[in-house]
Design a protein around this ligand. Structure first.
Ligand code: UD1
Length: 392
């Protein structure tokens, strides 16, 4: 029997959890089927996201094993988060001596642990490599560039991402086209999501200080025959009072007049609504349902039947693409062009330009749901990655 392959994988923030769940499962399946070539897998959480609703609930719901190590980094400026993570991660790498370090996505944990991995001379693999928005105002773009420049193995979701890497001079033998690991998670969980009840989901997540009567008031099931869904968290949309104010004006004044709008609030967005004096307006708007961050299955269930999804998230553009939900993307660019209407997806970029948001919203109302799966978004990406790592 050969010595086990030692793999240390890293998560830090909410969008990482859906990407590591299928990887951990594929490692277990490999170990069960090929005990001659065992993988010893350690999972590390940097602790960038720490609220139960942003972190622990995803571990439970997606069956991710307890992290072997939790760095407890928490919030802070970007330099603080990256610096603290690098310092704490260095001693873990020295102690565990992995053969490979696996990072996913584009959050600060991804960047910090990539740099430390290479400084410690450990092989580095990046799952979801090659995505580029070409917008260096986004911290995620910097994280992607740093991580991809340092990675020994780059697992890409689609051909456009592979082309980005080639254009940057990444040697061909480092690039592996394996598909989208997020869709492994979607496929593995859709049946569990399907049976959830929409009114129950909203009811149980209502923000309590905004809806103190919620325990007495039962939301009727008919309230959500048709509904729109929204998530916003990017600094470009929520950090400037004039921008967030005009978005609130549009959603309360137009969308909520047409249909109920379910708005799940990231902690940053909630804090900004309060500090910019917008809370009373949103809290008192009829047809606007303000809810805490949803669990994975809850948001998936709502996405399956939403009439339209307003979002600035990258991962949700991908989930809308596979589910076919018309997606009004409140960004001026995207690192995931494969999800755009011009590539047979469902997402349209509208930035925070109110005329474009309004026009795209109006035309989305006449669209049918149109699911689309780019090549290899087939639910088997994690297996391909594990097979590739084991083969050397
Ligand atoms: C991070 C990622 C972003 C991802 C997003 C998803 C980076 C650079 N950004 O952004 O790519 O789309 O996660 O959620 O890594 N907070 C809490 N509880 C928590 C976590 C955060 O209250 O568990 C609050 C804190 O006030 C914090 C703020 O949210 O300052 C922002 O959190 P942070 O981790 O800095 O970045 P995100 O905006 O969540």
């Amino acid at each position: 029997m050969t010595a086990p392959l030692r793999i240390l994988s890293v998560v830090g923030a909410r969008p990482n959890f859906m990407k590591i769940a299928p990887f951990a499962r594929a490692v277990d399946a490999h170990n069960a089927s090929d005990p001659e070539r065992l993988i010893e897998h350690f999972l590390l959480h940097t602790g960038q996201h720490y609220d139960a609703a942003m972190s622990a609930s995803f571990f439970d719901a997606l069956g991710i094993p307890e992290p072997d190590i939790d760095l407890g980094i928490g919030s802070g400026s970007h330099a603080e988060q990256v610096g603290r993570t690098m310092m704490a991660f260095e001693s873990v790498v020295r102690d565990r001596k992995p053969d490979w370090i696996i990072v996913v996505g584009d959050v600060n944990a991804t960047c910090a642990c990539s740099i430390t991995a290479k400084k410690e001379h450990v092989q580095l693999a990046h799952i979801e490599a090659g995505l580029r928005s070409f917008d260096l105002e986004m911290p995620e773009e910097i994280n992607r560039m740093v991580c991809d420049r340092l990675s020994d193995r780059l697992y890409v979701t689609d051909k456009l991402a592979a082309a980005n890497l080639r254009a940057e001079g990444v040697p061909e033998d480092r690039i592996r086209f394996v598909g989208n690991i997020m869709i492994d998670t979607l496929d593995a969980n859709i049946d569990r999501a399907r049976v959830l009840d929409i009114a129950d989901i909203v009811q149980s997540n209502l923000i309590s200080d905004y809806a103190p009567e919620a325990s007495a008031f039962r939301i009727p099931h008919s309230a959500f025959d048709t509904y729109a869904l929204m998530t916003l968290h990017r600094p470009s949309n929520v950090d400037k009072p004039e921008v967030l104010g005009s978005l609130v004006e549009f959603f309360t004044g137009t969308v909520c007049k047409d249909m109920p709008l379910i708005w799940t609030l990231h902690p940053r967005t909630r804090e900004r609504l309060v500090s910019f004096g917008l809370w009373d307006k949103v809290a008192n708007c009829e047809g606007l349902w303000l809810v805490n961050p949803f669990g994975y299955h809850e948001l998936l269930r709502l996405n399956m039947d939403a009439r339209v999804f307003f979002t600035d998230s990258g991962g949700l553009q991908e989930e809308c693409c596979v589910l076919g939900t018309p997606c009004v993307t409140l960004r001026f660019n995207t690192e995931r062009p494969v999800t755009l209407v011009e590539h047979d997806g469902v997402s349209t970029l509208v930035g925070n330009d109110l005329a474009r948001i309004s026009e795209t919203y109006q035309s989305s109302l006449s669209l049918q749901r149109r699911p689309h799966r780019p090549p290899l978004w087939d639910g088997h990406t994690a297996e391909r990655i594990v097979a590739d790592l084991v083969s050397g």
